[in-house]
Design a protein around this ligand. Structure first.
Ligand SMILES: Cc1ncc(COP(=O)(O)O)c(C=O)c1O
Length: 553
């Protein structure tokens, strides 16, 4: 046996998958994180100086409530030691149907057919089953971002499904950020995939959302469902945090309710017991779909990810004890709310801004107050400092949100621009924040004014002084759609000459812009004698023939 150390390569497929997989945590420093955590896990009694892990969504608030149910299963019987039905034991699937009817969808008993439920060893493997069932290798799915980082791994690792983010971020330019489903961003993502020769097969929505803690409204969901139906693509609604909500103003609405239970062939709900039942390690989840072809396919492949009979039996016992179930859900939500309240009190005291959360176990913190400059390197420096203090968090870049703002901010800092404002909407809860900014601008104007720059940087700009000087204000309107016609933008453009200001307007559609903006483009092109604006139907705009104006149509 001399040659037992000979290196035999893995299959081509395995090597390809390893190469393709670039986990958001494959960064060198993040790589060792989980190993360090598992070797030195924080415990209030036994290891108070160990690692505190805030980057995995685990709810450890309710073990005392569950313990009795987990330690003793009255339904233990010999048949549990044998193989059971494909796709889940019938009594368990019936118990899940009742959970959906009474606690999540709040519909009539009998509305959910247990035959349309498939059980598996957690949502991770079930998501992969959905990717296999709905997409071919190389297809894409659109996911609103910021997103749960592991979606990328789950889709790409074996099924080779690509992810296209659709940003949900709405930045009022004054440092206030909120999130909403933005159809313009879905359109953009769709176009991008098509332009690259790919095919979008589904949208994957996480509601309540990981990582924003956001609950989506019925109207938003309906708009997205219609968007998917028009394009004949699927909507996977990941509702794994459906019962982990604590907002008093907003309530969770399932995709099921938005369509009055008629999910048809293209809406599929996925959920599980890791989060709402604090049982990440038990590995149990389910898909509910009315698409019988899909259900049959996933049933066929379900032996690859069976949930063990012992776990199915314990969970059936929890779900069928109705008084226990109601009281558990209630207590869990109360504890989540109290933990959230304590955490935000602490953040307020420490002066760390955060985005309000309505469900799940998430808080997005704005750590720019701890960063010397706005760069990814600096973000990792803060991450390192927290790691050294044995506090594990997810750095923002892992959520696949729009990186370009950070890059712009980096450049803005380098050039010494005093005020940089980026608007993806000029409204914050119906208040026009641009108008408020214009009011604040009514101060002494600068002499060294600059002319307006339209569209993107390929348009040369003339400064009234020869020397290149950075403007005091850089204002970007990014894809405001109809808001571009708002009178406050015209007002800003009229007064901007009096200030050292640069305005960049990016739009998908020429017709979104007001006539004032169009006139500006025209006068920019024709300012000097014998120059002209040249337009072609295909959306090519040129100053004369030789200088292309990149106005995206
Ligand atoms: C949105 C979302 N979906 C799916 C999962 C995976 O869940 P499971 O433990 O059931 O595999 C997680 C885990 O964090 C999650 O946050």
């Amino acid at each position: 046996m001399e040659n037992y150390l000979v290196e035999i390569p893995l299959s081509n497929r395995a090597r390809r998958e390893m190469k393709r997989e670039k986990s958001p945590l494959s960064n060198e420093r993040l790589d060792g994180m989980f190993g360090a955590f598992f070797a030195d896990k924080h415990d209030f009694d036994t290891n108070p100086n160990g690692f505190m892990n805030f980057c995995i969504a685990e709810n450890t608030l309710c073990y005392d409530l569950l313990r009795g149910k987990l330690e003793c299963d009255p339904n233990i019987k010999q048949s549990l030691t044998q193989y059971s039905e494909f796709g889940g034991i019938n009594t368990f699937r019936q118990a899940i149907a009742n959970l959906l009817e009474h606690k999540i969808f709040r519909c009539e008993s009998g509305d959910v057919d247990p035959k349309q439920i498939i059980v598996g060893s957690g949502c991770t493997s079930l998501l992969e089953a959905l990717f296999y069932g709905l997409c071919d290798s190389g297809d894409s799915i659109i996911i609103p971002s910021p997103m749960y980082p592991s979606f990328v791994h789950d889709a790409r690792m074996r099924a080779n499904v690509k992810i296209e983010p659709a940003s949900m971020t709405i930045d009022d330019g004054l440092g206030n950020i909120r999130f909403a489903l933005r159809m313009d961003k879905f359109d953009e993502a769709w176009k991008k995939v098509e332009a690259e020769g790919g095919k979008v097969k589904a949208v994957l929505l996480c509601n309540p959302n990981n990582p924003t803690g956001q609950l989506f409204s019925s109207d938003e969901l309906l708009e997205l469902i219609e968007w998917c139906r028009v394009r004949q693509i699927h909507l996977i609604s990941d509702e794994i945090y459906a019962l982990s909500t604590f907002s008093t103003s907003n309530h969770f609405v399932s995709a099921y309710n938005v369509v009055n239970g008629r999910m048809g062939d293209n809406i599929h709900i996925i959920s599980g017991f890791s989060k709402d039942f604090c049982l990440n390690g038990y590995r149990a989840g389910y898909i509910y779909s009315q698409n019988n072809n899909l259900v049959n396919y996933i049933k066929q492949i379900s032996p690859f990810f069976t949930c063990s009979n012992a776990v199915q039996s314990i969970l059936t016992n929890i779900l069928t004890d109705k008084p226990f179930l109601s009281s558990f859900i209630h207590s869990n939500q109360a504890r989540l709310k109290s933990a959230y309240t304590k955490t935000i009190c602490y953040l307020k005291e420490a002066g760390i801004p955060y985005v309000e959360s309505q469900g799940g176990m998430f808080l997005l913190l704005d750590m720019r107050c701890c960063m010397a400059e706005i760069t990814f390197e600096e973000e990792m420096r803060v991450w390192d400092a927290l790691y050294d203090a044995k506090v594990l968090v997810n750095p923002g870049w892992t959520f696949h949100n729009d990186h370009s703002w950070l890059e712009i901010q980096k450049d803005v800092d380098k050039r010494g621009i005093l005020t940089f404002m980026a608007f993806t909407s000029i409204y914050d809860n119906k208040a026009n924040v641009l108008e408020a900014f214009i009011q604040s601008l009514q101060v002494k104007p600068k002499e060294n004014s600059r002319s307006l720059i339209l569209t993107n940087n390929t348009v040369a700009e003339k400064s009234s002084s020869k020397k290149e000087v950075a403007p005091d204000y850089l204002i970007i309107f990014d894809d405001l759609s109809n808001e571009l016609k708002d009178p406050s933008i015209t007002k800003l453009m009229k007064i901007q000459r009096h200030f050292s200001t640069k305005i960049i307007i990016s739009t998908q559609s020429w017709t979104d812009s007001s006539s004032h903006i169009r006139k500006e483009i025209y006068s920019f092109s024709t300012k000097e004698k014998y120059h002209f604006l040249y337009t072609i139907r295909n959306g090519d705009y040129r100053k004369d023939f030789n200088l292309q104006l990149e106005i995206k149509i």
